[in-house]
Design a protein around this ligand. Structure first.
Ligand code: ADP
Length: 630
């Protein structure tokens, strides 16, 4: 096939434009990215070679080679990994598959210098980072098991070319023609330094020709030098080493390699599991959330190795979804080497491993919370919502996860947090329940009428403002044997019962209001929940709150019909006036008009929206106009 010229996907063009004009101070990371791709390509070849002898006959010495030509101003990273064929070169080196890309590129083009540096690392621009230093890049590749090689070439300006080519030996050579001003790295010392800084732990040898002093016939060092191939990296698999043997710096570099994150992780979880299932784990809790954390197609889970062979990059079976922010490596010595996704799902060891990993991760979070409250607060800001997901889905570990929550309450200043344990320690002697209120903002909740009686008793209430907080906390049910209770729902037992005589004397009013509102409410009753407000609506214990209803509607989900109860405060002057009108037996029309208005008031008080605002305003205006005192 002849030479073809193709356009990059728009996002790639934009990204390349940013790369070419970037003032990124740490351009040398492009080498880490190319070596990382080369290492991945070898992992793939090793893995596929397990089942396909056409890919690997057992005779290959897996290696990555770095070479350069000072005169030609070129740098080449070669590997003998899986290789690319023509179609793959076009699709994989012309597009970006990641769904967060558009959002990322927009952020990148708008970012200031510091943010830019962080973002570039966070996203891991990979192959395309070559264009920070190269005026053109050539990829020559022969896919294992195929006969025709491909040559891909681009100067990073909106198009690239592909053509059939010759290449001896399967694998890929990526050659960068460096721009003037970027050639300082073309010497063995600079390259060695970059490799040992960023890629030391790569588990395949990174080989380079270096000059070594020539020895004479007696083995004595002479003044002359000769070129010799040397392995520049130590190839230490950090996850197999003892915790004490691994330095902080090694962990940091390794984390960058596997995560493409520029920021250090907020916590490292390293352990060796023994017993029914033996494995090593080196896991990281990042310090900030990835772009796609709430995309449903986000791939997560540690890289799984079995006996030093990388089996899969994202082993989701090893982590519950709510811990999807955890990255790292797990290596097992007892899983079979030919394990596939299907086998994995039925393997009895996997749930045991998962259980172990989850326990260690939650313990590590607990340690972080205890030892570094500032760091934990930051972590929580990024991943708190995931923990709440865990609270809902991980029924076995509810209490453990609940202890990790940071919550605002009537006892904290805005932006400050408390925990459930602290809440319990502050509970009044006679207080039986843990109270919470859900809504869209702390500000709105602070003045909520539903807290009136609580405030009078000096009971603390948690402010919960995430949309799904209501179901999450209702599902928690109890913490340290203390029931959790939404003040928006059911009975508040401490408020006490309304006296029988009062109930009797308001009977007529309650009946006419219920008749006027019909199916809109379950029932109408008196309450002791309120002090200064005239009305409120309360749900049944199992009903979703207004926040949850809004969320379900926004997601296009059917909202279950749960009629609520309208509660009237018998001590409020408005309710007393309504009672008098109802008792007089006159003005039935008026009562039904008032009933509608107080119902709307109750909806507004819980932060909801009145369905027909125009109608509501007109009704209020009419009443005000009629009022003799105006
Ligand atoms: P990433 O490595 O993050 O997926 P890159 O842009 O660096 O993104 O690379 C895109 C894809 O190109 C890789 O996922 C891989 O499939 C392919 N690729 C890159 N370098 C090589 C290589 N040396 N050998 C084989 N495939 C490669």
């Amino acid at each position: 096939m002849s030479i073809e010229e193709k356009s990059f996907q728009t996002e790639v063009s934009e990204l390349l434009d940013i790369m070419i004009h970037s003032l990124y101070s740490n351009k040398e990371i492009f080498l880490r990215e190319l070596i990382s791709n080369a290492s991945d390509a070898i992992d793939k070849a090793k893995y596929e070679g397990l089942t396909n002898p056409a890919i690997y006959d057992g005779g290959t010495d897996w290696a990555i080679r770095v070479s350069f030509d000072k005169d030609a101003k070129t740098l080449t990273v070669s590997d003998n990994g899986i290789g690319l064929n023509r179609e793959e070169a076009v699709s994989l080196l012309g597009t970006i598959a990641n769904s967060g890309t558009k959002e990322f590129i927009k952020k990148l083009s708008e970012a200031g210098k510091t943010d830019f540096n962080n973002l570039i690392g966070q996203f891991g621009v990979g192959f395309y980072s070559s264009f920070m230093v190269a005026e053109s890049v050539t990829v020559l590749s022969l896919k294992r098991g195929e006969n025709t090689a491909v040559k891909w070439k681009s100067n990073g300006k909106s198009t690239f070319t592909v053509e059939d080519a010759d290449k001896t030996g399967a694998g890929t050579d990526v050659t960068l023609k460096l721009r003037d001003g970027e050639t300082d790295i073309l010497n063995e010392w600079a390259l060695k330094r970059i490799i040992t800084t960023y890629s030391d732990y790569i588990e395949h040898p990174i080989k380079m020709n270096v000059s070594v002093p020539k020895k004479d016939a007696d083995g004595k060092v002479t003044d002359e030098y000769e070129q010799k191939e040397e392995v520049t990296n130590s190839m230490k698999a950090l996850w197999l080493k003892d915790k004490a043997e691994v330095t902080k710096d090694e962990l940091e570099q390794f984390y960058k390699h596997i995560s493409h994150d520029f920021m250090p992780a907020s916590k490292v979880v390293q352990f060796k599991a023994e017993g029914i299932s033996e494995f090593h784990a080196l896991l990281f809790i990042p310090s900030h959330a990835p772009f796609d954390m709430f995309h449903k197609d986000m791939k997560y889970g540690p890289t799984l190795y079995v006996k030093r062979v990388q089996i899969m990059e994202h082993c989701e079976e090893l982590l519950p979804q709510y811990l999807r922010f955890v990255t790292g490596v797990v290596e097992s010595s007892d899983l079979p080497l030919n394990i596939s996704r299907e086998i994995l799902q039925n393997n009895k060891q996997i749930p045991v491993m998962q259980k172990n990993i989850v326990r260690k991760v939650l313990d590590a979070l607990n340690d972080l919370k205890r030892d570094d409250p500032g760091g934990y607060k930051k972590f929580y800001g990024e991943f708190g919502k995931c923990l709440k997901e865990g609270l809902y889905f991980d029924t076995e570990r509810k209490e453990t996860i609940a202890k990790l929550l940071l919550l605002e309450s009537t006892a904290t200043a805005p932006g400050e947090y408390t925990t459930l344990e602290e809440y319990v320690s502050r509970m009044k002697n006679e207080q039986t329940d843990i109270y919470f209120i859900t809504g869209s903002s702390r500000k709105e909740l602070e003045s909520s009428p539903y807290l009136e009686t609580l405030k009078e008793k000096d009971y603390e209430a948690l402010f919960l403002t995430d949309e799904f907080d209501d179901i999450v906390f209702s599902s928690l049910y109890k913490f340290e044997e203390k029931p959790l209770k939404s003040v928006l729902k059911g009975d508040l037992n401490f408020a006490g019962e309304v006296e029988e005589e009062k109930k009797e004397s308001y009977k007529t009013l309650l009946n006419v209001v219920k008749e006027a509102l019909g199916d809109k409410v379950e029932s109408v009753r008196l309450t002791k929940r309120l002090k200064n407000s005239p009305v409120c609506l309360v749900g049944g214990e199992g009903a979703p709150d207004a926040n949850m209803e809004r969320l379900l509607k926004a997601m296009g989900q059917p909202v279950p019909v749960h009629k609520r109860t309208l509660e009237l405060n018998p001590d409020h002057p408005l309710v007393v006036t309504l009672k008098n009108i109802a008792d007089s037996g006159e003005g039935k029309d008026k009562i039904s008009l008032y009933a509608d208005i107080i119902y709307s008031m109750a909806i507004l008080l819980e932060g909801g929206r009145v369905e027909d605002t125009g109608n509501f305003v007109n009704k209020v205006a009419d009443i005000m106009a009629e009022s003799p005192s105006l």
